[in-house]
Design a protein around this ligand. Structure first.
Ligand SMILES: CC(C)[C@H](C(=O)O)[C@@H](O)C(=O)O
Ligand code: SF4
Length: 474
């Protein structure tokens, strides 16, 4: 048989049928739901009096809209409350498992799926959310879908789509001290471009990825979408299996053994053909920070804000100028001099236990408190279980003692659908994945970075090169 990529294998395994024009029907194994993109889908089903094809494939949580403090008072915003209540009713009516706001397993949809073992290698995983690519870290084919597709999956457990191309991103060398998966993916996006992965499924591979934890792989696949890719995938290895063993929805006993031996085949074959290969040597990687309004508009922490006039391409020049105007930055300004109003440590990119450990380690190392010029430094765990784990490890105490706000799980200030938001003109050091105009609140300015960098920014009040911190934390 012809050598196949991991993506080819996942595709072939789920192909129900294919039309001559390339339109394919794919079987969907896992459907994750949350409050924002599901109500119309359920309403559509009701209108047609359709029933769910396989309700046990679905798992629902509430995350985008929910408050991260004062939960006992319920949800103040009427639209958010309606969406959350509607999801609850729909799940009850259709027999879908759900983590309500009161459930300790509640959290961001892309955190709870893997945490529960609801995301498994070899699955097709969909959700009405673009960052569904996160789940590809497990050797699953995972992608975001629109609300009408949510309805289609609920009714048929299949999707119509066309196959994408194969992009291989090889990360060579090793991550230097102070740099982590977030720096690696920001560098990748900067290299490939904000739409450089369009029409592709990106496989992340190479020694850096092989030695990365599942949390790190999830951070990378999460942001595959930010370079335009349809999905991101990572080959299954022993790290994948070790993460999944014992998870509530993972198989056990003989079923585990059988599954694991199949899962180990979920790698790209030697000689498999990729449409494009991008190789990045990570040995010289530096901590990253974005200055613009796409994740590709960023640079090494010791660099400067680039001059749009140096862009040869007129379109890129205009985009860079517009970004600088919006971000209120000047060409030549040192990125390390950027001063923040707020700090956000959270989101489906960086709210897992390792991210919180990384941030807390910096807080311990630098000592001191959140800078007086910082109005608010939020730490929002990705799930109730991440929060409990962090509290068992005493990380909450480290954050609180330094003046951070320790919150309940949800999307929070990643996209400002709840009350956690920037005021117009405010500047935020954020571990999330999007720095688009208004993303964290109308007129707000977002600088993307790693959890370590965000923690250091909170303490210093400005951007800090965490790779250059000496042991005294200065
Ligand atoms: C609200 C939702 C549709 C959206 C997405 O699809 O990604 C959000 O999660 C985001 O991160 O922008
Ligand atoms: S944390 Fe942010 S990026 Fe992730 S699903 Fe929520 S809103 Fe989207």
């Amino acid at each position: 048989m012809e050598a196949r990529t991991l993506y080819d294998k996942l595709w072939d395994e789920h192909l129900v049928r294919q039309e001559p024009d390339g339109t394919a029907q794919l079987y969907i194994d896992r459907h994750l739901l949350y409050e924002v993109t599901s109500p119309q889908a359920f309403a559509g089903l009701a209108q047609e009096s359709r029933v769910l094809w396989r309700p046990q494939s679905s798992l629902a949580t509430v995350d985008h809209n929910v408050p991260t403090s004062g939960r006992a008072q319920g949800i103040a915003d009427p639209l958010s409350r309606l969406q959350v209540d509607t999801l609850g009713e729909n799940c009850r009516a259709h027999g879908i498992a759900q983590f309500t706001l009161q459930d300790r397993r509640q959290g961001i949809v892309h955190v709870i799926g893997p945490e529960q073992g609801a995301t498994l290698p070899g699955m097709t995983v969909v959700c009405g959310d673009s960052h569904t690519s996160t789940h590809g870290a497990f050797g699953a084919l995972a992608f975001g879908i629109g609300t009408s597709e949510v309805e289609h999956v609920l009714a048929t457990q299949t999707l119509l789509m066309k196959k994408s191309g194969n992009l291989l991103v090889r990360l060579e060398g090793a991550l230097p001290p102070g740099c982590g998966p977030k720096d690696a993916i920001l560098q990748v996006i900067r290299t490939v471009g904000a739409d450089g992965g369009a029409g592709m499924t990106a496989e992340f591979a190479g020694p850096v990825v092989a030695s990365m934890s599942m949390e790190g792989r999830m951070t990378m696949c999460n942001m595959a979408i930010e370079m335009g890719a349809r999905a991101g995938v990572v080959a299954v290895d022993e790290t994948t299996l070790a993460y999944l063993a014992g998870r509530p929805s993972a198989p056990v006993g003989e079923e585990w053994d059988a599954a694991a031996s199949y899962w180990r085949t979920l790698v790209s074959d030697v000689g498999a053909r990729f449409d494009r290969v991008v190789t990045i040597d990570c040995s010289s990687l530096r901590p990253q920070i974005t200055w613009g309004t796409t994740p590709a508009m960023g640079g090494d922490i010791e660099s400067i804000v680039p001059d749009p006039a140096c862009e040869i391409d007129a379109g890129r020049r205009a985009a860079a100028q517009r970004a600088l105007d919006y971000m209120d930055l000047t060409p030549g300004q040192r990125l390390a001099d950027i001063v923040f109003d707020r700090v956000f440590i959270g989101s489906c990119t960086n709210s897992r236990i390792e991210d919180l450990r990384e941030a807390a380690a910096i807080v311990r190392r630098m000592g001191g408190r959140v800078a007086p010029t910082i109005k608010q430094a939020l730490v929002v765990p990705g799930s109730g279980l991440v929060k409990e784990q962090a509290e068992r490890e005493g990380l909450d105490a480290v954050f609180r003692a330094a003046g951070f706000d320790w919150r309940e799980p949800g999307c929070s200030m990643c996209l400002a659908m709840n009350e956690d938001r920037l005021a117009p003109g405010e500047r935020c050091a954020s571990t999330s994945n999007r720095n688009f105009e208004g993303r964290q609140g109308a007129g707000g300015r977002t600088h993307l970075m790693s959890p370590a960098m965000a923690a250091a920014a909170a303490l210093a009040g400005h951007a800090v090169d965490v790779a250059a911190l000496d042991d005294s934390g200065a």
